[in-house]
Design a protein around this ligand. Structure first.
Ligand SMILES: C[S@@+](CC[C@H](N)C(=O)[O-])C[C@H]1O[C@@H](n2cnc3c(N)ncnc32)[C@H](O)[C@@H]1O
Length: 305
């Protein structure tokens, strides 16, 4: 018989949820710690208490697994196969503003802070997320309210008035758009819509690039989160995960729908989670939350050629 506790559905804000980790031990990667020490100027002895405190602030705002599990500090972009190329694309121009980069679904915009720390002028960095509180709290998390001059805009990527409102002036603006752990939140049809909007925001010239990483699955298809009922009833989702083939097929459909067929070099790498591996192993952030066979991690890039 199921125990009383497992049969009771915990409140999303409950700190008894399994994805609210009690201890930071082994969950703060060395590069994230370094960012807090070097970019945010937090004393090494104060880093952990700072992370616990800000994690609780974020949890009270939106208790997603990536918050409970301290993954909001994970830096995936710097491990992406196109990272070095991205840095070269983002070198400031002497003759015109930019180039600009957008991190879509950026949460606390940790990737933008990492790019600023790597020397990209923060005024060229843009981030957007559904949750305005993640964005405002990010200045406390990174201690950079007076130094980060990037633009953080709260918005729902599906808003019908997006380009007249929150993303006004953003059509064809960005040299690079990044989406980390974002597309897999949606079903395939929604992913097509998101990608079409991304494409609308990319510079039209050769070399502009959309890239990211997310949970994937061998064969491509719909998979649900392990914890049934995690999503609020009204937003219960069918999430589509990709491997190399299904991602390429999806981008073909995006290109077809946007009249840009033949304009893209699409590359991706899918790696299945090793049997028994924990989440976070080899950059598998988020995988542990998914059930079913063939779950893994996919990095992708779509470059305009
Ligand atoms: C799994 S988190 C990934 C965060 C971050 N990119 C990272 O890699 O750590 C997904 C993010 O997407 C945001 N999000 C979800 N639905 C969205 C939507 N419709 N429009 C914009 N952002 C959304 C969430 O608020 C959350 O911060």
């Amino acid at each position: 018989m199921a125990s009383l506790t497992s049969s009771l559905k915990l409140d999303r804000y409950s700190k008894q949820n399994p994805w609210y980790y009690q201890n930071l031990t082994n969950h703060l990667a060395p590069d994230s710690r370094k960012l807090l020490e070097e970019y945010s100027n937090i004393l090494p002895k104060d880093v952990e208490s700072h992370v616990y405190k800000l994690r609780d602030t974020l949890w009270s705002q939106a208790p997603y697994p990536c918050i409970g599990e301290f993954k909001f500090l994970t830096l995936n972009l710097r491990k992406h196969p196109k990272y070095t190329h991205l840095l070269s694309l983002m070198q400031p121009s002497a003759s015109q503003p930019g180039p600009f980069l957008l991190d879509l679904g950026c949460c606390v915009a940790q990737e933008l802070r990492s790019l600023a720390h790597a020397g990209i002028p923060s005024s060229n960095l843009y981030g957007s997320d559904l949750n305005p509180k993640y964005l405002t709290t990010s200045y406390d998390l990174f201690n950079d309210a007076s130094t980060f001059t990037g633009t953080l805009v709260p918005a729902n990527i599906f808003s019908p008035t997006l380009f007249e409102d929150k993303f006004k002036g953003w059509q064809e603006k960005f040299k690079v758009i990044h989406a980390g752990l974002f597309l897999h939140l949606f079903d395939r049809e929604q992913q097509l819509e998101v990608c079409a909007r991304i494409l609308k925001m990319l510079e039209v010239g050769k070399g502009s690039m959309f890239l990211g990483e997310m949970v994937g699955c061998r064969g491509g298809g719909e998979r649900g989160p392990k914890a049934k009922g995690f999503w609020k009833k009204k937003e219960e989702r069918r999430q589509f995960l990709h491997d190399e083939e299904s991602f390429a097929a999806m981008w073909e459909d995006v290109a077809e729908a946007t009249g840009t067929k033949g304009c893209w070099k699409v590359e991706s790498q899918f790696r299945e989670r090793a049997k028994g591996a924990g989440d976070g192993d080899g950059g598998s952030k988020g995988c542990a939350f998914f059930t079913g066979v063939g779950i893994g991690w996919i990095t992708f890039s779509c470059e305009r050629v």
